[in-house]
Write a protein that binds this ligand. Structure first.
Ligand SMILES: NC(=O)c1ccc[n+]([C@@H]2O[C@H](COP(=O)([O-])OP(=O)(O)OC[C@H]3O[C@@H](n4cnc5c(N)ncnc54)[C@H](O)[C@@H]3O)[C@@H](O)[C@H]2O)c1
Length: 355
């Protein structure tokens, strides 16, 4: 639909809510991309398009019929609309940064990846934290053996969501397609797989409900990774806590910065907490638990995480970089979350396909 060269790529933002408005700001401020349109049927859309003086469309079909020149789209709509909108754009040759989850079902995800392959369109999935300096530093530390062989991981994402969150446009967070499993836990699953490799078995317990909507409010999950690492993860969106990655990184103005850690990784030569990057190594490994500890910090320096994600996306569209988070990565996180939901519902451990 567009043409690529050294000129800024033409980007449309689809969905002008909470995260779409942030993406629009970043594209507008980028030297590498220009914001050409906003698509959103609500008043948000028109207001955002007016703010950035770009074209406005009510829906994706009208955008595509307009003949407007576009290279790429950032899709920031409610989860269950992702598959249809992304498929349509790919059929028109548009490259996509698709917010997570890639799709709400495994079947839709497989079909969408096939559509992108068939149309030769590129995709990044919005698991932006892979671009976070703290995560990159943790990955480097793990891969370079800072804690020896990783044996176990313990993680937590706990926050109290407000009623306004569930009363938002379309009430889509009340439903299972927009609940904690597919909005928050999926990010954690992606990061854990990024750091430790594929998860091959899960077993989950449902958390108590305080709201009574169809969506889950949390789970306690045990995890087995293909590498042999085992772990536990507690995810709750109905308990008051400063222990979640948004608060730990300070990346979002909706979660005041607490600097607390939310993952602890344990290895044969030490332990690492994330995202604060605190590395604990015994001064004398041969003394085991009796050794004094050396407590250091990883070197965490980086740019604003969504800006870094956009930089990667532009490079992917230009063909000069691979996606930091591919469509296959995004689908793999959906597969794990689907298994966690199945385990919650059946009470059984679930082996992941192909394992
Ligand atoms: N990566 C992140 O940090 C992050 C953060 C928040 C949300 N998200 C993801 O981004 C997506 C949007 O979340 P949000 O919190 O911004 O939601 P939101 O409810 O604040 O906004 C969604 C917007 O999409 C619009 N919309 C609905 N259907 C549409 C359609 N068919 N075409 C165009 N616009 C449509 C709505 O009118 C609304 O303005 C979700 O998939 C969510 O999981 C990612």
């Amino acid at each position: 639909m567009g043409s690529l060269g050294d000129t800024p790529i033409a980007v449309v933002v689809i969905g002008a809510g909470n995260i779409g408005s942030h993406h629009a700001e970043l594209v507008d401020g980028s030297q590498e991309a220009r914001l050409v349109a906003i698509v959103d049927p609500s008043d948000n859309g028109q207001a955002l398009a007016a703010r950035f003086a770009c074209a406005y469309f009510h829906d994706t079909t009208s955008l595509l019929r307009s003949g407007l020149f576009i290279d790429a789209a950032i899709i920031c709509t409610p989860n269950k609309t992702h598959a249809t909108i992304a498929g349509l754009l790919s059929e028109h040759g548009v490259h996509i940064l698709l917010e997570k989850p890639i799709t709400t079902t495994i079947e839709d995800g497989i079909r969408l990846l096939e559509t992108c392959r068939h149309n030769n369109t590129r995709m990044c999935v919005g698991h932006h934290r892979r671009c976070h300096a703290s995560i990159r530093a943790a990955k480097h530390a793990l891969d370079s053996g800072a804690i020896g062989r990783c044996i176990g991981v313990s993680g937590v994402w706990v926050a109290l969501k407000t009623q306004a969150y569930f009363d938002g446009p379309g009430h889509w967070h009340r439903d299972s397609s927009g609940d904690i499993l597919l909005v928050n836990l999926i990010h954690e699953v992606d990061l854990l797989q990024y750091l430790l490799g594929p998860i091959v078995r899960v077993h989950a317990e449902r958390a108590a409900s305080t709201r009574g909507y169809r969506g889950e409010e949390g789970a306690a999950v045990t995890l087995r990774f293909g590498s042999g690492v085992v772990g536990t993860f507690l995810a709750l969106d109905n308990a008051a806590s400063p222990f979640n990655i948004e608060a730990g990184t300070g990346e979002s103005d909706q979660y005041p910065y607490t600097a607390q850690d939310c993952y602890r990784l344990f290895g044969t030569k030490g332990a690492l907490s994330v995202p604060d990057g605190r590395l604990w190594q015994p001064a004398h490994l041969d003394q085991g638990r009796k050794s004094q500890w050396m407590d250091s910090r990883l070197n965490i320096n980086g740019k604003e995480v969504y800006g870094e994600q956009l930089r990667n996306f532009v490079a992917v569209v230009r063909g000069s970089e691979a996606p930091v988070c591919t469509g296959d990565d995004g689908l793999s996180a959906v597969v794990v979350c689907d298994a966690i939901r199945e385990s919650i519902q059946t009470g059984l451990p679930i082996m992941l396909q192909g394992t």
